[in-house]
Design a protein around this ligand. Structure first.
Ligand SMILES: [Zn+2]
Length: 207
């Protein structure tokens, strides 16, 4: 296991929006990589030359390392979303640490650098897991716009929730893995050009 490349302070809560954002926002895609849907999202992002963040599950990433390369080669950030997607705060600290450390190690092994960000499954952080996150050299990534796309509410609902709720600095939560994500893909195709027309600038979150 490599030493953390960074030594961040322990935060009291996750980062829910971008600081000093101007019109910048962050689009985030969780629970992949997925061989069907991740490439579709990547193609749309590339079409608009937009960078996003993919919060990957270790047990998926280990099956599809090429998708990690495809994400990184597109200029996107790869974040740690744990190995098996448990509620980290329900685990003993050693087990929570293992969930995050194992995933960081895999990302580092595949891409040559460990992730800068971790997103707890369900956004479920507490002081213990925030401490583990910092100890592993990562910042905790939250969100401020939840599309509820995982529940497949319909492409229009996902699109509308983004266009209705996004504002300067928003971090938008979508899912490219964990089930049928065709609604999410269709929604990205709808909302992304409209966000750009409105002057929003999707970026990777900065440290
Ligand atoms: Zn998740």
């Amino acid at each position: 296991m490599g030493a953390p490349s960074r030594n961040p302070a322990v935060r009291t809560h996750a980062v829910y929006s971008l600081e000093d954002s101007g019109r910048r926002i962050a689009l985030t895609f969780d629970d992949g990589p997925d061989p069907q849907y991740t490439p579709q999202v990547l193609r749309i992002l590339a079409q608009y030359n937009v960078q996003a963040t993919f919060c990957v599950i270790g047990e998926n990433a280990v099956q599809y390392p090429q998708l990690l390369h495809d994400i990184a080669n597109g200029g996107h950030a790869v974040a740690n979303h744990s190995w098996t997607h448990p509620q980290l705060t329900k685990l003993k600290p050693a087990a929570a640490r293992s969930e995050l450390a194992r995933t960081s190690d895999l990302i580092e092994k595949v891409l040559g650098a460990p992730p800068d960000w971790a997103r707890a499954p369900y956004g479920d952080w507490n002081p213990v897991t925030l401490g583990i996150c910092a100890d592993l050299g990562m910042e905790p990534l939250g969100w401020s716009v939840d599309t509820n796309d995982w529940a497949r509410p319909g492409t229009r609902s996902i699109t509308n929730s983004v266009l209705r709720d996004v504002k300067d600095g928003s971090i938008v939560l979508c899912h490219d893995g964990g089930g049928n994500r065709s609604q999410t893909v269709a929604a990205v195709r709808n909302y992304l050009p409209r966000l750009l027309d409105s002057g929003f600038v999707p970026v990777r979150p900065e440290l």
